[in-house]
Ligand binder design. Structure first.
Ligand code: ATP
Ligand code: MG
Length: 425
């Protein structure tokens, strides 16, 4: 029996990889513009890092981690998210000792043992940023702005930004009791998950995907905020307004992870079955200390790339253009075939994309390949031309043909290419 990929994983085939590359390039370029620098951490970490960094009562730690014992008897976990590893590296490498705050980003695979559905996988990819060392509300707004701009620039329409403040741990503790007072009479109406969340982590009940209709009239955490929290939240909103980023306040937004303080936010869009959240994050002022580092505040966000790619619709044309081949070389006859590799290699060294036939096919079949690859030019090398050190170059868009010296082929293609590119603008 042939092998199949494990459930919840995907092969990103060449036809789709262009979209992924485009998204990743956008992410990197945005980070350059916002001055975030890449941090690459291991795909696996000590299990305890996630227990402490993500939180014992979260769905992730309770039931979604890929955990195993390695041959040295250590408990290892494939990273389910990027923040804990980033914090670990920040502390271990003493990045907090630098004069400027640390503004970091990552792009890579994450692993969660979840039930597969559209937009939910066991191996998926996140683009995330973390800004550590400042509790300025302007930084919360910057993180939100980066994500908002990302969605705009990859061409996802109708993205909504929802923000909330979840206060401080002390405020949440008081709110927890108030919330439980509201939830207790409804306990039997709530789903099994919520009933157990009520015992372990009542705030998370508000995050439930099925029970929202029972929460009408629930107390709002915004009414529990103290002056400092309120002021922080106000300033985040003023900063967002200063950048003309539209947002709405959702007092029930609590996020699945335990470590958030002050600002929590999510990005939502329609179009992926039952799922509407495509990214989210918040401020986590206690987290660095929780994993054994100094008391440094932070704010961050993670964007799911599968969901991003699924919602991108308008880039097809631009992506097709980017995948186009510059030159397809057709070699006719034994002599020409022997020379083909050298001519092709010179084009590739000059920075052009170039391909040839490796199946000794007839001219007609080779020209069909050039078509399929959307080659901008075909270069036809016959025995006569070869004897004169020349090659026939055809511009596919116009059908124009010219004979050029072999030694000048790359330069001529480059020149023509620039002209047609200008023509397209
Ligand atoms: P959800 O509510 O959909 O389970 P989450 O709260 O677990 O999401 P986060 O941990 O905040 O998600 O991760 C941030 C983003 O990563 C999500 O908004 C989503 O785009 C993406 N993501 C999370 N889990 C998965 C998954 N299993 N498959 C694909 N993308 C995911
Ligand atoms: Mg989840």
């Amino acid at each position: 029996m042939a092998f199949q990929k494990p459930p919840g994983t995907q092969d990103i085939l060449p036809a789709a990889a262009g979209k992924w590359q485009y998204v990743e390039e956008k992410a990197r370029d945005l980070c350059r513009r916002f001055n975030y620098r890449e941090l690459r951490t291991p795909i696996f970490e000590a299990t305890e890092l996630f227990q402490r960094g993500v939180g014992e009562t979260t769905d992730i730690v309770e039931k979604e981690m890929y955990t195993f014992t390695d041959r040295g008897n250590r408990s290892i976990t494939l990273r389910p998210e990027g923040t804990a590893g980033t914090m670990r590296a920040y502390v271990e490498n003493k990045l907090y000792g630098e004069p400027d705050i640390a503004k970091l980003y990552y792009i890579g695979p994450m692993f969660r043992y979840e039930r597969q559905q559209a937009g939910r996988y066991r191996q998926f990819h996140q683009f995330g940023i973390e800004a550590l060392g400042s509790d300025s509300p302007a930084l919360d707004a910057e993180v939100i702005a980066l994500a908002y701009t990302f969605y705009q620039e990859v061409g996802i329409k109708g993205v909504r930004v929802e923000i909330n403040s979840v206060g401080t741990p002390a405020i949440r503790a008081a709110f927890r009791d108030e919330l439980l007072g509201f939830l207790r009479p409804k306990r039997e109406l709530l789903c099994k998950d919520c009933q157990s969340r009520m015992d372990r982590n009542p705030l998370r009940v508000l995050d439930c995907k099925v029970d929202q209709h029972h929460f009408e009239g629930a107390p709002s955490i915004l009414d529990s905020l103290d002056d400092a929290c309120r002021e922080h939240f106000e300033q985040v909103q003023r900063s967002l307004e200063g950048m003309s980023i539209p947002f709405s306040i959702n007092p029930r937004l609590v996020r699945g992870l335990d470590y958030y303080t002050h600002t929590a936010f999510e990005f939502k869009a329609e179009g992926i079955g039952a799922i509407d959240t495509i990214g989210g994050g918040g401020r986590y002022n206690g987290l660095v200390e929780d994993i054994g580092g100094p008391n440094q505040p932070g704010v961050g966000l993670a964007i799911g790339l599968e969901r991003t790619v699924m919602l991108m619709q308008e880039q097809e044309e631009e992506l097709a253009k980017r995948q186009r081949l510059d030159v397809y070389m057709v070699a006719l006859g034994e002599q020409a075939e022997q020379h083909a590799s050298g001519v092709l290699y010179a084009l590739r060294q000059a920075g052009l994309s170039a391909e040839r036939d490796y199946q000794s096919r007839k001219m007609k079949a080779q020209l069909k390949s050039a078509d399929r690859l959307q080659a901008s030019f075909t270069a036809i090398l016959g025995e006569d031309e070869l004897a004169k050190g020349e090659i026939v170059l055809k511009t596919m868009a116009t059908g124009e043909q010219q004979t050029v010296p072999l030694t000048e082929l790359a330069a001529v293609v480059q020149q023509l290419r620039e002209q047609t590119l200008e023509g397209e603008v």
